[in-house]
Design a protein around this ligand. Structure first.
Ligand SMILES: [Zn+2]
Length: 562
């Protein structure tokens, strides 16, 4: 304990930042192509690095700057794929102080003025290096005017100037600019590759970690080395000895993604019984009902995006993405979002979450508007009398009573799937729990965990958050949080440190859970199901399928209970 506490805190993501092309994890194509090109002195005028956040775009850009300017330990070297790391240029670039390597963040410097400065200076020869290297991050954020200014330089660049652009949204870059760049797509890093890298780092740090815990970190890292290393950082700091799976799960406040995928599969395909059983197991292991619903929401969002953009496809979600349509996902999203609010107000969050799951599962039985019209026209019952838990539209005695004549107006088409993924946030978060929820739903599990466990809130108002980070929180936490909130809410956020002794959300949760454990022992599942589904009755065990049979007999038992 004492030795661990005395160990100086290092940020792993920084300590293990790659310094040569060959050190880049999981980017074999880029490493090979650039390696050959630099080895044989073929240098493009401009490079464009694309890929999701955390795949190493700016790291790669800095390595390229080193490759172009390294002179080797003896000062005689030329452009190389293996920068030495010790010459004046390599060290200056590593310390962000090379006079000829100019970095610009287009997210904050979007205007023509910022570009004009570059354009005006680009013709002057480099002061100390071989090349002037302009690194423009988030280049898609430049204004049209700024792009036009840049284009003039790209059309007739002086031979001593090189450009490295990085972007998460390549489609927002004008074709005229694209066509003048050599483009590399940085890949989301494979989970196995990432896990192997994490193991290497953990071993180098002298930390023990369970393989399953490692897998979970790699999975939640979402293909980003930086995020995964930050998670590993936190896990090692929190753990007392070996890092265990349950500790990592608790730290993230999320349950295993695989189980959330399974749970969503159950509800969108109408298997209420399986959904409740799985949810019950997750709760028994100390899961947080709100976190599960948030994970379901996040998953709906990711699945929708996966379906709309093949570039984003997540192999873990492939099977479910193929089975579930866009319209059911959009409906599930709406119901979950509304349910999340209800869970916040409900006296018993677990019961409220169960009701929500049942409602979702029943919704899956309802035909889509288009299907409904087809059935009506074909003389079939509008609503399938089907499984025992299927809700009737009205408490009418028989399903056949619902057959209605087709309306006179033209058949409405099935609602078009949304063109883009649903908005991440319906409203501005007003308190710290809302911020954590927003981060989880918006695909920022690491930040969500950091705020949940490490932040003592001082004050919060829309656009401004003041909090006291616990010791050991990564230094960039505030700026990362501000960026994420800006992305999720569409407005600028300031995040500042301020003194506060308020409890963290994790501390509050622990207190609540203790209280709830005492209050709630048994959960009246079946009464909830009957209440959740207006007009539901038990339609007879002998005619129903195996799934419904189990549910139906459970229902009967439930009714027998006073
Ligand atoms: Zn060097």
């Amino acid at each position: 304990m004492l030795t661990t506490a005395a160990k100086p805190y290092r940020v792993l993501a920084r300590a293990y930042r790659p310094s040569r092309l060959a050190d880049l994890i999981g980017q074999d194509a880029l490493v090979r192509t650039l390696g050959h090109a630099f080895g044989s002195g073929r240098i493009a005028q401009a490079y464009l690095l694309t890929g999701i956040r955390g795949t190493g775009k700016t790291t790669t850009a800095r390595i390229i700057a080193k490759c172009l300017n390294c002179i080797g330990p003896d000062g005689e070297g030329g452009v190389t794929a293996e920068p030495c790391g010790v010459c004046e240029h390599c060290t200056a670039i590593a310390e962000d102080r090379h006079i000829d390597v100019i970095e610009m963040d287009a997210a904050t410097q979007t205007g023509i003025g910022d570009i004009r400065e570059i354009v005006d200076n680009v013709r002057y020869a480099p002061a100390s290096g071989r090349y002037k290297v302009y690194i423009i991050d988030e280049v898609h954020m430049l204004s049209q005017q700024a792009f036009n200014g840049l284009l003039k330089t790209l059309e007739e660049p002086p031979p001593h100037a090189k450009f490295v652009f990085a972007t998460t949204e390549v489609r927002r870059i004008p074709v005229t600019v694209l066509s003048r760049c050599q483009r590399f797509d940085l890949r989301r890093i494979d989970q196995e590759v990432l896990a192997a890298h994490l193991l290497k780092v953990a071993t180098a740090e002298g930390a023990e970690i369970e393989p399953l815990a490692l897998d979970l970190i790699a999975r939640v890292g979402g293909g980003s080395v930086r995020d995964a290393l930050s998670l590993l950082d936190q896990a090692i700091t929190l753990a007392d000895g070996t890092v265990r799976l349950d500790q990592v799960q608790a730290m993230l406040g999320v349950v295993d993604k695989g189980r959330v995928v399974e749970l969503l599969g159950h509800v969108v395909e109408g298997r209420a019984g399986e959904a409740l059983a799985l949810f019950g197991a997750m709760m028994a292991e100390g899961g947080d009902p709100r976190a599960v619903v948030e994970d379901l929401l996040g998953l709906c969002h990711r699945l929708t995006r996966d379906k709309l953009d093949p570039n984003l496809r997540d192999p873990d979600l492939e099977v479910l993405a193929q089975r579930v349509g866009l319209a059911p996902l959009a409906r599930a999203w709406q119901v979950l979002l509304k349910g999340l609010e209800e869970i916040g107000r409900a006296p018993d969050a677990i019961a409220a979450a169960e009701m929500l799951l049942v409602r979702l599962a029943c919704m899956g039985d309802l035909p889509s508007p288009a299907e409904l019209m087809r059935r009506l026209e074909g003389g079939l019952p509008a609503i399938n009398p089907g499984p025992a838990t299927a809700p009737a539209q009205t408490p009418s005695p028989a399903p056949s009573a619902q057959i209605a004549p087709p309306p006179a107006r033209p058949t409405p088409a099935e609602p078009a799937p949304p063109e883009t993924a649903p908005a991440v946030l319906p409203a501005m978060p007003q308190d710290l729990p809302a911020i954590v929820r927003a981060l989880r739903v918006g695909g920022e599990p690491l930040l969500a965990a950091m705020v949940h466990h490490n932040a003592r809130p001082a004050s919060i108002e829309p656009g401004r958050l003041r909090l006291n980070w616990l010791p050991g929180t990564p230094a960039e936490a505030s700026s990362r949080l501000a960026q994420a909130l800006q992305r999720l809410t569409g407005r600028r956020w300031g995040v500042d440190r301020a003194p506060s002794e308020a409890p963290t959300l994790a501390e509050l949760d622990a207190a609540h859970r203790q209280k709830r454990m005492v209050e709630v022992r048994d959960l009246p599942h079946v009464r909830h199901i009957l209440e959740a589904v207006p007009g539901a009755t038990i339609v007879g065990v002998e005619t129903a399928g195996a799934d419904s049979e189990t549910q139906a007999s459970t229902l009967q038992e439930g009714i027998g209970t006073p």
